[in-house]
Design a binder for this molecule. Structure first.
Ligand code: SAH
Length: 588
């Protein structure tokens, strides 16, 4: 059920590799970034080799600052119809900017790069500003037919009639309605005359092609068989999501030359699948009665329909499964304590790329810069956590890509555990869940003040709304004598006042009066304050729910306005020095 964003890498890299695409960079850093994407890469000298390459690629990714990229391409620009697509990527991989060639794939490539790198896509073309209706940006879909004229109609604010051969999810706000412009969602090979100038097709990645071959099967034979099978069954090649086969064939050139992602299984796994066309001969040869049918069914997690049973040439077999329509994805996203500078790229990507964003209204404000009008944004008042989670789950079950926004880290006194709890309780959520970590308030506060958490530390929430106060109290009692630093979350609200005083009293009974305490309010947000005091002088009256309190250990020291907990350097024996050296020296 869980499939982190990072794991989509293979598919995305594959999407890029099928393009005629070249990455150019000026510096070593840029070259490294380009290579890490698995792209064909060239170094660009200031005198430029771009003019020699201009007509040879459909897409260029230029890893450089925009002004440099513009000066490089300006002398080469001719017409919109013939110029390649250009995407500019900054050297840190934080931003992907389609410069020209939006309808030649610039946006799609920028979008794919953004998913690979967690980069933010900066688009300025009308179809991206308005809503989620850029036909070439709809995740996983390949547009066909009269894409340009339907897109123009959408850009002018028009709606389109959606004809669903397959109910594959479209973005939440895709502008559907009564219209003479049509979008057909289908994996069928549709005749060009059916796709008149007001009709586009979106081909979803719905097909899994199971393949069996002998060792001697040629690239050409497999390609011809596949083409014939697709033709006979009127299926569109762009709908192939992946190939599926037996482990021993995963690197066979006939399969790899098709340039599609390949999933492979052991003979034992395949032999467990019940198939319409089992073969004793195949079983004798490789230990399973079926390769192509069983592999295709396995790759669909047995949730698809075998729409083409085994078809064969001399030395290859093919079967095709149509996957069941996927339900959506839920990203539980931590946006850090407040400032965009303390957000991860993965978190930003998950929010920008979501169709639906759900969260407490104050947290949505903190990431307002990532929201856009193509999204359904669902703000919630404070509280109503279960309702918030259920709403996010329902949108994901409906097939949407959903971001549920939390402050700090989603696993620290936030929504991630409630998401998993509700999924287990409801039992109706066939969705993917990805938890995107964030900088939690206590770590941001510890960094702000210095390094109070330089050694062991513990987190406690003083809120007894969901945990009995006795349990919390016992934990404070238990932590007191351990002499490790402690973060107190949810310290004191208007209704809950006594708990903090009680907690401090317990800690005072174990730790010296001089113990360093940091009071961090609204860390990394406008109006942030941070102050240092001691356990003896601590005054709970100044504390509210926007504050996290860090209590040092007896070794925590103050130096001017900063505080830190030493790790023990300078007190070690030379033997310990030696061991530490071994610990920090990377092994060859
Ligand atoms: N998931 C959040 C914590 C949510 S619990 C995280 O990882 O940070 C809410 C508590 O977190 C607040 O009562 C406060 O104690 C602390 N908190 C959250 N953001 C804060 C901030 N920017 N400054 C200080 N404390 C904060």
């Amino acid at each position: 059920m869980t499939k982190p964003l990072r794991h989509a890498r293979d598919t995305l890299t594959h999407e890029l590799e099928t393009e005629s695409i070249l990455a150019l960079a000026l510096t070593e850093t840029g070259l490294e970034l380009a290579r890490s994407l698995g792209l064909e890469t060239r170094a660009l000298s200031p005198t430029s080799v771009l003019s020699d390459l201009w007509d040879r690629y459909d897409v260029f990714v230029i890893v450089a600052a925009i002004p440099i990229a513009i000066r490089l391409i300006a002398p080469l620009l001719r017409t919109k119809a013939t110029d390649p697509a250009i995407v500019c990527l900054d050297e840190t991989g934080a931003f992907a900017v389609p410069l020209i060639g939006v309808h030649h794939g610039a946006n799609r490539v920028a979008n794919t790069l953004s998913k690979l790198l967690g980069a933010t896509v900066v688009t300025t073309t009308p179809s991206d500003l308005g809503d989620h209706s850029a036909l070439d940006l709809i995740s996983g879909m390949t547009p066909r037919g009269s894409v340009a004229s339907v897109q123009r109609h959408l850009n002018e604010g028009g709606v389109v009639q959606v004809i669903e051969d397959l109910p594959w999810p479209l973005p939440a706000r895709f502008p559907r309605g009564e219209s003479s412009f049509r979008v057909i969602v289908s994996d069928r090979r549709i005749a060009p005359q059916e796709l008149d100038e007001t009709t586009a097709q979106l081909v979803p990645p719905s097909l899994i092609v199971g393949v069996g071959t002998s060792t001697t099967c040629s690239t050409q034979e497999l390609r011809e068989l596949l083409t014939q099978v697709l033709l006979d069954h009127e299926l569109d090649e762009a709908a192939i999501a992946c190939l599926a086969t037996i482990d021993r064939r995963r690197d066979h050139p006939a399969l790899t030359s098709l340039g599609l992602p390949i999933r492979s299984y052991t003979a034992e796994e395949l032999d467990r699948i019940v198939v319409p066309s089992p073969s004793v001969t195949v079983h004798r040869a490789v230990g399973t009665s079926s390769v192509c049918e069983a592999a295709a069914l396995l790759a669909s997690e047995s949730k698809g329909d075998l729409i083409v049973t085994k078809e064969r040439s001399n030395s290859a077999t093919i079967a095709i499964v149509r996957r069941s329509v996927p339900s959506g994805t839920l990203f539980v996203v931590g946006i850090g304590p407040g400032s965009p500078l303390q957000r991860t790229r993965e978190a930003e990507g998950a929010i920008t790329n979501a169709d639906v964003v759900v969260g407490y209204s104050a947290y949505l404000e903190l990431c307002e810069d990532l929201l856009h009008s193509g999204q359904l944004v669902v703000p919630f008042p404070i509280g109503q956590e279960t309702e918030r989670v259920d709403r996010a789950l329902e949108e994901a079950i409906d097939g949407q890509r959903v971001a549920l926004v939390c402050s700090g880290d989603p696993g620290v006194y936030a929504m991630a555990s409630l998401v998993f709890q509700r999924i287990q309780e409801r039992n109706d959520c066939n969705i993917e869940v990805t938890v995107v970590p964030g900088v939690t308030a206590a770590l941001a506060a510890s960094a702000e003040v210095g390094a109070i958490f330089g050694h062991d530390h513990a987190y406690l929430s003083l809120s007894d709304l969901l945990t009995p106060w006795k349990v919390i109290r016992d934990r404070i009692e238990a932590l007191g004598p351990t002499d490790i630093a402690i973060a107190l979350y949810n310290p004191r609200s208007r209704e809950r006042r006594s708990q903090l005083d009680e907690a401090i009293e317990i800690l005072r009974s174990y730790r010296p009066p001089s113990t360093v305490v940091a009071i961090a309010r609204r860390v990394s947000r406008p109006g942030a304050t941070i102050s240092l005091t001691t356990l003896a002088e601590f005054d709970s009256a100044v504390i509210d729910m926007e504050t996290v309190i860090l209590i040092g250990s007896s070794t925590t020291r103050q130096h001017g306005s900063r505080a830190y907990t030493p790790r023990g350097y300078g007190q070690r024996s030379s033997a310990a020095d030696h061991n530490l050296q071994a610990e920090v020296t990377p092994s060859p």
